[in-house]
Design a protein around this ligand. Structure first.
Ligand code: GRF
Length: 195
């Protein structure tokens, strides 16, 4: 039996160093979707990977999250995506994505979930004075930073750490752990375990 390679979409908004690691690991990325022009989108373009900018029309209170999510889901469907990996995507998405792709959306978060959910996970860990934090790869659900945990790794907080230095050390772990975990997930997906 010939197993088809699953089609992976990466959602990114920022500097895209995690995306870079995913591409560097040779994972089957069929499209990179960004919500704004960003380094991640340029990086994908330079790597010859199809890029879609599903541009967010507003960052204010009038932002229509549901309509935006529908536009994004349309783009994911157009590319016949099997699995979605969020890699620093800056827009919280609404139910339609999590319904249509339930159990097939992955995320990496820069803290040891369930500790320090949210946008400021690294800052919050530092402010709490913890001696160790880390990163978590999990299946994403409609509730932000919830969902079954697939992998976690600890990172020690150094006494002179700033938010930037600690985040960079966490990201250096994410750049290894996330591609590894995606690869395993895709292997299981091919075998039908996640369908
Ligand atoms: C990572 O720390 C990821 O966990 C968080 O956003 C960061 C993305 O980093 N969700 P980069 O833009 O890929 O460098």
């Amino acid at each position: 039996m010939v197993e088809e390679t699953p089609r992976l979409a990466v959602l990114a908004s920022g500097t895209g160093t995690i995306l870079e690691a995913i591409l560097g690991a040779g994972l089957p990325v069929c499209v990179v979707i960004a919500d704004r022009p960003c380094r991640a989108a340029r990086l994908a373009e330079n790597a010859g990977v199809p890029v879609e900018i599903v541009e967010r029309e507003s960052y204010g209170p009038d932002f229509d999250r549901l309509a935006y999510t529908h536009r994004l889901v349309d783009s994911v469907k157009r590319h016949q995506v099997d699995v979605v990996a969020m890699a620093g995507f800056g827009t919280i998405l609404a139910a339609p994505l999590f319904t249509d792709y339930a159990g097939r959306i992955l995320n990496t978060h820069p803290a040891l979930l369930p500790a320090f959910k949210g946008w400021h996970a690294v800052r919050d860990a530092l402010a709490a004075g913890v001696t160790a934090t880390g990163c978590t790869v999990h299946v994403a659900t409609e509730v932000v930073d919830e969902g079954p945990i697939l992998a976690q790794e600890e990172v020690i907080v150094e006494p002179d750490d700033t938010e930037a230095s600690l985040h960079e050390r966490i990201k250096s772990v994410e750049r290894r752990l996330y591609p590894e975990t995606i690869r395993l997930f895709l292997e299981n997906f091919s075998k039908g375990a996640n369908r």
